[in-house]
Design a protein around this ligand. Structure first.
Ligand SMILES: C[S@@+](CC[C@H](N)C(=O)[O-])C[C@H]1O[C@@H](n2cnc3c(N)ncnc32)[C@H](O)[C@@H]1O
Length: 205
C-alpha cells in the first residue's frame, strides 16, 4: 500500500464516517467501496445462501438481501449476540447467539442444502482468536468459486488502529498456513480503499 493510499485509509477511518453510513436508512458499518466489491462478488457467485457473522443494526444484511432481490435468488442468515431493532425482509433470517457456539453453527448447517452455493462473511468479534475460530468453523460451508470474507483486517495496524492487534489480519495469516483451499483475491483491492485488505478469500478447491 503506497503512502498516499495509506494516509487516505487513516483519513477515512479517523473521520468516523463509517459510523454514519446507511443503506436505505439502516446503519451499515462498511466502506461503500467494499459494498461495491460485495455487489460484484454477488453477481459473480450468485449465492443461494449468505451467512453473515455479526449483524449489528442489520444494514449490511438488508444490503445483501436487496442484492439477492436484484439477482432473483438467495437468502441471508445473519447472527449476532445482541438483540436490537433490525429491518424486516423476507430473505433475512436473524439468529441470536455466539457465532462460535455449536448451537448456532448447527442451526446454520441445517438451513443449507448440499447443492447450495454458499458465501460466508465474518464481521463479529474482531479479535484474532475469535476470527480464527470462526474461520475454522465456517470455511467448510463455503462453495468452491465463492468467498470467505474476513471483515476489518484493516485494524491492528494494517494500517489502522495498531493497538487492536492481533486482529482479523493475524487470523487470516494463520488460517492460510493451515488451509490451502483459499487464496487472497488481490483484485478486490482495486478501489484502493478497503476495510478488508487480504480479507477477500476465494475458495479454489
Ligand atoms: C462490526 S459489527 C457488525 C456490522 C454489520 N455487519 C454491518 O456491516 O453493519 C459486529 C457485531 O458483532 C456482534 N458480535 C460480537 N461478538 C459476537 C459473537 N461472539 N457472536 C455473535 N455476534 C457477535 C456485535 O454484537 C456487533 O453487533
Amino acid at each position: 500500500m503506497g503512502d498516499f493510499v495509506k494516509s487516505f485509509h487513516h483519513h477515512y477511518f479517523d473521520s468516523e464516517v463509517w459510523l454514519d453510513t446507511y443503506w436505505f436508512g439502516h446503519r451499515v458499518l462498511k466502506c461503500p467501496l467494499d459494498l461495491f466489491n460485495y455487489q460484484e462478488i454477488l453477481f459473480q457467485v450468485k449465492p443461494d445462501v449468505i451467512v453473515e457473522c455479526g449483524t449489528n443494526q442489520g444494514g449490511s444484511a438488508l444490503f445483501l438481501a436487496n442484492m439477492c432481490d436484484l439477482l432473483g435468488k438467495g437468502k441471508v442468515i445473519t447472527v449476532d449476540i445482541q438483540e436490537m431493532e433490525r429491518p424486516e425482509h423476507g430473505r433475512i433470517s436473524y439468529l441470536l447467539g455466539d457465532t462460535t457456539s455449536t448451537e448456532i453453527v448447527n442451526k446454520i448447517k441445517e438451513s443449507i442444502l448440499p447443492s447450495d452455493v454458499v458465501l460466508v462473511i465474518l464481521d463479529s468479534d474482531h479479535t484474532e482468536p475469535h476470527v480464527l475460530q470462526e474461520m475454522r468453523l465456517y470455511y467448510g460451508l463455503v462453495s468452491v468459486g465463492s468467498y470467505l470474507i474476513v471483515e476489518d483486517t484493516i485494524i491492528g495496524g494494517n494500517p489502522i488502529a495498531p493497538h487492536l492487534a492481533p486482529g482479523p489480519m493475524g487470523a487470516v495469516q494463520q488460517f492460510l498456513t493451515e488451509n490451502d483451499q483459499f487464496i487472497v483475491d488481490e483484485s478486490r483491492h482495486k478501489f484502493h480503499l478497503t476495510f478488508n485488505p487480504n480479507g477477500y478469500l476465494l475458495k479454489v478447491k
